[in-house]
Design a binder for this molecule. Structure first.
Ligand code: AMP
Length: 420
């Protein structure tokens, strides 16, 4: 074979794509219930948008962007995350005109130049929500509730929401200074990456995956002690809303999201069945980003989540059927004339149900075996005798009972069996 999918990418074949469809359809339904509408932004944007929006001390911007020059020499980047493009579109189209709140969702591929490993790809998928235009902590709570409720609707039990505050521009300088002061003496215990993070932005040390670093960080001061009055009040209200909405959560002061734009609330929803990488989604408030992207000052809050990881969680939880649900009806035929009659029946039945038929002139026995393997509830059988009599046999696959009926009555009988 000459060609292969590029390193870090993969094909989602039919034996898997049905799982994706299920996740996407439950996600879309849940988004509709919470009043979010879809936005589809371009796969690539000007590089500058991501470099400035995501923050140049982040791993994404420093080493993971798929950046290229187009034929006119413009620097473009395949989107590594969803928020920057949504914010760009929000500003470009003045979606917040008249001070209204804009609630958007996306479900699309992202691109990061990462070392491929289990569950890590260079093209992967995320779903996400962005709610722009409100400072109210009820928005933060609603987005956390959405995430927990989506996972529950998909059949994942025992998720846990963890919340923290990232502070704002007013309170973070003091916290950063405190962190540096406390961690300076322990710097030799940190990995090289963390030592570099210490210089650039000590908060990013919390992103480290290294157990040794995380252990030292357990002794680091909590940000909650450094919050300004506004941030502290907001965080209390988010918790009050979550409690009243019956969303289970816990405050986790070591929680720091890997992006620079978060202010106030940050959160993740974890699932124990995934091992160390247990976050199913993460998000928070980003009250400065819209203004930084050239828009009017607009508070906002969002969440994003990797779909590959979500599907892995569904599999480990046994929340998906073993196989894709098969067709409800299989039309079985023998011979050219029967094939014509069978195709006509399949065409009529497809107005009501999923129907499969044979395309390879196989024996009736082989076709019926297939019908059973696919889990069909009804088989409609047309052989030479049935053609001669203008009839077809309708077989209930579960009970094995079968009846020969005039062709004109087949659709009604199949519908009756499927409804039973
Ligand atoms: P982040 O935007 O880095 O917070 O990532 C959000 C989620 O996207 C993660 O929790 C992962 O589930 C998923 N994700 C990030 N990078 C990748 C990747 N390279 N391959 C697959 N999933 C990813």
């Amino acid at each position: 074979m000459k060609y292969r999918a590029p390193r870090g990418t993969r094909d989602i074949l039919p034996d898997e794509s049905w799982k994706w469809q299920r996740v996407e359809s439950v996600f879309r339904e849940t988004a509709a219930r919470f009043g979010y509408s879809e936005i589809r932004t371009p796969v690539f944007e000007e590089t500058e948008l991501f470099a400035r929006g995501i923050g140049d001390s982040t791993d994404i911007v420093r080493k993971e962007m798929y950046t290229f020059a187009d034929r006119k020499g413009r620097s473009l980047t395949l989107r590594p995350e969803g928020t920057a493009g949504v914010v760009r579109a929000y500003v470009e189209h003045a979606l917040g005109r008249g001070g209204r709140v804009t609630k958007l969702f996306y479900f699309c591929p992202m691109f990061r130049y990462e070392r491929p490993q289990a569950g890590r790809y260079r093209q992967f998928w995320q779903w996400g929500l962005e709610s722009l235009g409100s400072l109210s902590p009820v928005v933060d709570a609603e987005i956390i509730h959405f995430s927990v409720s989506l996972f529950a609707r998909l059949g994942i039990r025992g998720t846990e929401a963890r919340v923290n505050s990232a502070g704002c521009r007013e309170c973070t300088p003091a916290y950063n200074a405190l962190l540096k002061e406390r961690l300076a003496v322990r710097l030799p215990e940190f990995c090289e990456d963390c030592r570099a993070r210490f210089e650039r932005n000590p908060r990013r040390m919390f992103d480290c995956k290294n157990e040794a670093c995380l252990t030292v960080l357990k002794d680091a001061p909590s940000i909650l002690g450094s919050l300004c009055d506004g941030c502290r009040r907001h965080f209390e209200r988010v918790q009050a809303y979550l409690a009243r909405m019956s969303v289970p959560f816990r405050v986790d002061t070591s929680l720091a999201r890997g992006l620079d734009y978060y202010t106030k609330t940050v959160f993740e929803v974890h699932y124990h069945g995934l091992g160390a990488q247990s976050a199913l989604c993460g998000g928070g408030r980003y009250d400065q980003l819209v203004e930084d992207a050239g828009g009017d000052p607009t508070p906002a809050c969002g969440v994003s989540s990797g779909v590959e990881r979500l599907i892995a969680a569904l599999e480990s939880e046994g929340a998906l059927p073993e196989a894709q649900p098969g067709p409800a009806v299989v039309v079985v035929t023998m011979g050219d004339e029967a094939s014509l009659a069978g195709a006509a029946l399949a065409a009529a039945l497809r107005e009501r149900a999923a129907v499969e038929m044979d395309y390879q002139d196989r024996s009736i026995k082989a076709q019926l075996r297939d019908a059973a393997r696919l889990g069909a509830r009804v088989a409609v059988i047309v052989g030479a005798d049935e053609v001669a009599r203008g009839e077809a046999v309708v077989k209930d696959m579960a009970s094995g009972e079968q009846r020969s009926l005039p062709v004109g009555e087949v659709v009604g009988e199949v519908a009756r069996l499927l409804a039973a």
